[in-house]
Design a protein around this ligand. Structure first.
Ligand SMILES: NC(=O)c1ccc[n+]([C@@H]2O[C@H](COP(=O)([O-])OP(=O)(O)OC[C@H]3O[C@@H](n4cnc5c(N)ncnc54)[C@H](O)[C@@H]3O)[C@@H](O)[C@H]2O)c1
Length: 309
């Protein structure tokens, strides 16, 4: 469990991700220092956070008043002062390895030895940016999903140097904030979420290049079709519903490769998914009823909210 040592957090880089990460921590009661090398972007971040908080408050989605949350964030125009007293610094500057390396070294030279340093990236692994840092054991990667103040997932990426203390502090921190910290077992560019998203993007672009569809129609297929499932089911749940025997038959026709061992095994064991009571998940009648109710509720809600726009 967390020893609760993390109280003061700094975010370096106040762009699309940085301002929203700062807002999420402030909303959970942490003191946050937000710094950006661009005064214009820092001002934009300030306005965005304020407007987000007002809008969330109107929907009753805040634990306290917008003003009290806003006051938890201090905006800085100098890096050293912004990070000096923090227990955790999250670097969220532009996705550029060389820039991240420089900024992380600047952070390292301004914080105490106990401070945990995270780099928020969409694809870069810790072993790439920690090479020139003196204390590698306190360094990890985070991957928040845009916008972090609304999406409760963060991937945690450790190098072989990251200490058990840092791992446990970070996992507890996010769990206590009601988020889902998912540990990526091996350093792999794009981690989990972006490997999946970019596989979809690669296919979407191929479909356009092959003249099969347009970007606009592809978006409709995702939004009004299988995208609706993905908010409440991951791919393994989706195809537990579809039936692994059917997927076994379909797979080579679409992918062109042999059916993977993981699918062949399920079929040979008779674990076809919902229809046999087990696939990658166990589907007893209670689980199934709960899931079905969620599916009914979410699909109906989305149909009302999205389809009319
Ligand atoms: N945008 C997304 O959807 C998304 C999602 C997940 C992760 N990320 C990752 O988060 C990181 C930040 O992405 P973003 O979308 O917020 O980028 P962004 O371009 O919106 O913001 C980057 C900010 O960093 C600032 N910056 C640049 N150099 C700096 C320096 N030396 N010191 C301090 N600030 C500096 C810029 O002024 C800018 O405000 C990237 O690594 C990105 O891959 C982005």
């Amino acid at each position: 469990m967390s020893t609760g040592k993390i109280e003061q957090i700094s975010v370096v880089g106040a762009g699309i991700l940085g301002h929203s990460i700062a807002q999420r921590f402030a909303s959970e009661g942490f003191n946050v220092n937000l710094y950006d090398s661009s005064k214009v972007n820092l001002l934009k971040a300030k306005n965005n956070i304020f407007n987000n908080l007002i809008s969330l408050s109107k929907s009753n989605l805040l634990k306290s008043t917008p003003t009290s949350i806003f006051k938890k964030i201090n905006f800085f125009e100098g890096l050293s002062r912004a990070v000096a007293d923090s227990n955790l610094v999250i670097e969220a500057v532009t996705e550029d390895l060389e820039l991240k390396k420089i900024v992380l070294q600047q952070i390292e030279s301004a914080v105490c030895d106990e401070c945990i340093i995270a780099s928020n990236s969409s694809s870069i692994i810790p072993s790439e940016y920690n090479s020139e840092l003196k204390i590698k054991s306190r360094v990890l990667g985070t991957h928040f999903f845009n916008p972090p103040h609304l999406l409760p997932l963060v991937e945690l990426i450790y190098s072989h140097c990251t200490s058990n203390y840092v791992k446990s502090e970070m996992e507890s921190l996010f769990t206590n904030m009601g988020m889902h910290p998912i540990v990526v077992y091996k350093e792999s560019p794009g981690f989990i979420g972006n490997r999946l998203q970019f596989a979809l993007l690669k296919e979407a672009i191929s479909i356009v290049q092959e003249g099969i569809s347009t970007p606009q129609d592809i978006d409709i297929v995702v939004k009004y079709g299988f995208g609706r499932r993905l908010s409440i089911m991951g791919p393994f749940e989706v195809f537990d519903y579809g039936g692994w025997d059917t997927i076994e038959a379909v797979y080579p026709n679409i992918i062109g490769d042999p059916v993977p061992q993981e699918i062949l095994e399920k079929v040979s064991q008779g674990k076809l998914g919902v229809k046999t009571g087990e696939g990658f998940y166990k589907w007893d009648p209670i689980n199934l009823n709960k899931k079905q109710k969620l599916i009914n509720d979410v699909y109906t809600y989305l149909e009302k909210k999205v389809s009319k726009q």
